[in-house]
Design a protein around this ligand. Structure first.
Ligand code: G6P
Length: 451
């Protein structure tokens, strides 16, 4: 801005981390670092590339490079409906977004899988069977909730496509001189598509010649535009700072990616494809069944909200859910919470357990069920208050834990999508009981576009 030209704003983008969006309104213009900030005012957007500048006045704008070559920048029309971002009947956006998950997952799955043949199509991730077979490794980079989604995805993609998957935080990956080549694919998971650490990790991957994919919710975001291939979450706008529906949608996207890669690489039989497809088709309904238990979770929150430390335990594919459950609680209720792989409890956290430390144990009927029961017994022996997330019909666990929240029985690979929901609800209701600002928790931002 310059006092000499009070009606003009100049926006410049340098480098590929951190975006600049110019919004075109009627007799008004906008500049932002992320799309949702201006979506309420306009859906006509122009994105600057590196070393481009926009000169914006109330009446219009032009784009040029820093050495003054004019640029004919494309105008993108964003389809998100600002109305669908309204809170409607809900008290908070986060509550609305938790309850939207049945619908958002239907949208995520729709059109991408043929339920008769089990065949997955991801047209925006172009790949030949030869290229898929050449892939030696997949590296997932992400931050926050998206990173925990990536940890679930590691189990899914390794199991379905038999490709080793490594998961790292964007903020770590960019600084560790990673080993990559053209037989590696780097998958960035980001709800906003604008998280600077994730974008910087993508940049690192591009420079090292890896294939670059992204899973994004924000259509037209930088992580979508700069990748060689992308899968959208189809979750619709997520407004609450604590991410919920983007988590489950991105896990389902990784399930689809695992099936897609598995089909191209021939690691899945026809019968297995059909089985996975039919399990996915049932998922949104089952999510609805978990959400029906919200009043029970709210009642439990009233018993737990005064505690100041929580331990979340899980194993295998539900270990990342312990991390995500603990993250949700700390983000919005400011209660100290730790997620741990249950088998590690004896190497430290057990020293903390007494009657003032509730223990959340994800103990569904899978191959590590007996081990989880023994962890619950150990926590009880130290007078811990145990809340179990268990499989419907498991009455035995009710004799071990103080409180049980049930989820329907699903194939283990899909279980994280159900077990995370009671934990989202619990964090939400505890934060409400404590009078916290659920949608705008202190010190946090929805998209972190600076380092
Ligand atoms: C912030 C948000 C989190 C989010 C993380 C990554 O910390 O508060 O909810 O998980 O950024 O965001 P992204 O948009 O990259 O998924």
């Amino acid at each position: 801005m310059s006092a000499a030209q009070p009606d003009t704003l100049v926006a410049v983008r340098i480098g590929n981390a951190g975006g600049v969006v110019v919004g075109i309104g009627q007799n008004e213009m906008f500049i932002a670092s992320d799309i949702p900030a201006i979506l309420e005012y306009t859906r006509k957007l122009v994105f600057l590339e590196s070393r481009q500048m926009a000169v914006v006045t109330r009446a219009g704008y032009f784009v040029q490079t820093l050495d003054k070559t004019p640029v004919d920048a494309a105008i993108h029309e964003i389809a998100w409906d600002a109305v669908s971002a309204a809170r409607g009947e809900y008290r908070h956006f986060m509550q609305k977004e938790i309850f939207e998950q049945g619908r958002s997952l239907t949208d995520t799955i729709r059109g991408r899988i043929d339920f008769e043949s089990g065949c997955v199509t991801l047209p925006d991730v172009p790949l030949t069977p030869e290229e898929a077979l050449r892939l030696k490794r997949l590296v997932t980079v992400a931050c926050g909730t998206s990173a925990y989604s990536g940890l679930v995805g590691k189990f899914l993609i390794e199991k379905l496509a038999r490709i080793p998957v490594e998961v790292d935080y964007g903020s770590e990956y960019r600084y560790r001189d990673p080993i990559l080549d053209s037989d590696c694919a780097v998958l960035a998971i980001t709800q906003s598509g604008e998280t600077v650490d994730t974008l910087a990790a993508m940049e690192e991957a591009r420079e090292k010649g890896a294939r670059l994919w992204s899973i994004v919710n924000a259509i037209g975001s930088q992580a979508m535009r700069t990748a060689n291939g992308y899968i959208t979450m189809q979750a619709g706008p997520e407004i609450g700072v604590a991410s919920t529906k983007a988590f489950t949608a991105s896990v389902v996207d990784q399930y689809l990616l695992g099936l897609y890669l598995g089909q191209l690489r021939g690691t899945l039989s026809q019968a297995e494809n059909v089985e996975h497809a039919s399990a996915l088709a049932k998922l949104p309904d089952l999510v609805g069944k978990v959400l029906d238990q919200a009043p029970k979770v709210a009642a439990l929150a009233r018993k737990l909200f005064h505690y100041s430390d929580f331990l979340y335990l899980g194993r295998g594919i539900n270990y990342p859910i312990a991390l995500e459950g603990a993250l949700k609680l700390k983000e919005i209720s400011y209660i100290h919470a730790e997620g741990y792989p249950a088998g590690e409890m004896k190497h430290g956290p057990i020293a903390l357990i007494d009657e003032s430390m509730p223990v959340l144990a994800i103990a569904i009927k899978d191959s590590v069920y007996d081990k989880m029961i023994s962890q619950i017994e150990q926590a009880k022996a130290r007078r811990g208050v145990v809340i179990a997330i268990a499989t419907e019909g498991d009455e035995f666990i009710a004799t071990k834990a103080d409180h049980v929240l049930y989820v329907p029985d699903v194939p283990p690979l899909l279980s994280p999508i159900l077990t995370v929901i009671p934990l989202q609800l619990l964090a939400y209701y505890i934060a409400v009981e404590r009078g916290c600002d659920v949608d705008q928790p202190r010190n946090l931002a929805k998209s972190v576009t600076v380092e």
